[in-house]
Design a binder for this molecule. Structure first.
Ligand SMILES: Cc1ncc(COP(=O)(O)O)c(C=O)c1O
Length: 481
């Protein structure tokens, strides 16, 4: 097997503020931070770490500290010693082998409250939509059922939905995908090659960063300022790095919940056009504005160069695995031609169910928002009370609070929270190079009692925070939806 290596400088950046604050032996803190990097996917599996001497010098610690930290992770099954070579990352082969597949639902089964994923349960009407889809299915059974671009009826319904929001759209501008993440991966395949840069907000959705890196591209992060977007910074990055793609979450940004004004959108669209960069707006969260009505599209759309990604995931249910791409017809055709090497279309039953839901979704969306608004307010009050020195804005929309902690302890918190029955996503998961160690993303997707319980468990973790503590169990790996 051809193993990837990570250099000492990259690993140091990923580790960020691993020393945290407070006591505990340094080797324990280092082991905790490395373990978390492996568990949440920032340090992929089958990656070879630098040698002990190199690592000690890069991290400015004694070789004994590094040796003890790596030995600890080897004992726990997170590293494998290789004869005469650096240790390789792996997962412990515990009872029931923690495979990737079981991981998302896994936390709840173990009595953990999952505060790492921001995905609500199925919304109203989802079950009935599947029943209606089953009824419609027989008409499709005589045909082969493959449709690389999606069922015409669903493409039409999606196009009409854009038109209702003020963006005239034809069905041939839509491609149905298996979720927004799949849509983004398809765009990366179409538009980029190894080494290309992709501009992102910083922080941003972690799996967007993963997709960019897995496509062998380099994220070009533009930091989000205190409010809104740094239009100058975006324009300068576009100008200087000549990226093929730029990816923004303009509608209830994950993780900050911000909404981009039409003027900012227009300025960014213009800057991207000047740089000949294709702009992607990920609209996965667009229906989850928690203040006021849905906002119409409010600026002059360019004919080309702007691609929108949509999803059923947060508005209705992540389990549908259904999303779409809206782009110019040429881009849609090119995507269809590329798609076959990856998959041959989206399951038909899901498409029929989605068409049913999207054809008349206003009431269901209004109730979804109402429910989420109450949960947001509940979580904000509970966090405000339990942690008076944490700072956060009440998000305008989306599914999460993005809290700033008084100290750089996010990784230490996430690394030990399992012990107290709550699974957390550390702030650095939302950025590159170890940024956001002072931040924690807290979803308000659970019902209020669970949220209160989660905050109580978090308070226990926080009050006993000693960065040297190891988690009680191996933790869960992978997806942070
Ligand atoms: C901004 C953003 N994009 C994409 C996704 C993934 O969407 P899907 O489930 O449709 O693949 C998520 C899920 O959390 C998200 O927050």
């Amino acid at each position: 097997m051809n193993l990837r290596r990570i250099g000492p400088a990259s690993l140091t950046r990923l580790l960020g503020a691993w020393r945290g604050e407070g006591g505990g032996p340094a080797y324990r803190r280092m082991a905790d931070s490395l373990r978390l990097l492996i568990l949440d996917g920032r340090l992929p599996l089958d990656v070879v770490l630098p040698g002990e001497r190199e690592l000690a010098s890069a991290l400015e610690v004694s070789r004994t500290t590094v040796t003890a930290a790596l030995a600890c992770l080897r004992d726990e099954g997170f590293l494998e010693r290789r004869q005469g070579a650096g240790a390789r990352t792996r997962l412990p082969a515990g009872p029931g082998e923690r495979g990737q597949a079981s991981l998302i639902a896994g936390s709840e089964a173990e009595g953990l409250i999952d505060m790492a994923s921001a995905a609500p349960p199925a919304g109203e009407g989802v079950h009935q939509a599947y029943a209606a889809a089953l009824q419609a299915l027989p008409a499709h059974l005589p045909h082969h059922g493959y449709a690389a671009l999606g069922l015409p009826v669903l493409r039409e319904v999606i196009a009409q939905r854009y038109a209702r929001r003020g963006l005239p759209t034809r069905a041939d501008q839509i491609m149905v995908t298996n979720g927004a993440q799949h849509a983004f991966a398809l765009m990366l395949r179409l538009m980029t090659g190894p080494g290309d840069r992709v501009v992102i907000d910083h922080p941003t959705y972690p799996h967007a960063i993963d997709a960019i890196q897995r496509a062998s591209c380099r994220p070009a992060p533009v930091g989000l300022p205190g409010e809104g977007w740094d239009v100058e910074g975006v324009a300068a990055t576009l100008r200087q790095s000549g990226p093929r793609l730029a990816y923004f979450i303009a509608d209830f940004h994950n993780p900050t919940g911000r909404w981009m004004t039409p003027d900012t959108r227009a300025a960014i669209v213009a800057a991207a056009a000047r740089a000949r960069t294709t702009l992607i707006f990920d609209e996965t969260l667009i229906d989850l504005g928690l203040e006021g009505e849905s906002r119409p599209y409010g600026f002059d759309e360019p004919e080309e160069g702007l691609v929108r990604l949509g999803s059923m995931g947060k508005t209705f249910w992540g389990g549908m695995r259904l999303g779409w791409i809206r782009a110019d017809v040429q881009t849609i055709q090119a995507l269809a031609a590329r798609r076959a090497s990856l998959d041959l279309g989206t399951p038909l039953l899901e498409q029929l169910a989605a068409a049913h839901l999207l054809a008349d979704d206003a009431a269901a969306i209004a109730r979804r928002r109402e429910l989420l608004r109450a949960r947001r307010d509940h979580l904000a009050a509970a966090v405000g009370q339990a942690f008076p020195d944490w700072r956060f804005e009440i998000p305008e929309g989306g599914l999460v609070l993005w809290a700033e902690l008084p100290a750089a302890v996010s990784t230490a918190l996430a690394a030990t929270s399992d012990r107290f029955g709550v699974r957390l996503a550390a702030g650095p998961r939302f950025g590159v190079d170890g940024a956001f160690e002072r931040f924690l993303r807290l979803p308000f997707t659970h019902d209020p009692e669970v949220l209160s319980d989660a905050v109580a468990r978090l308070a226990q973790t926080y009050s006993r925070l000693r960065p040297g503590m190891a988690p009680a169990r191996a933790g869960t790996v992978g997806a942070l939806i």
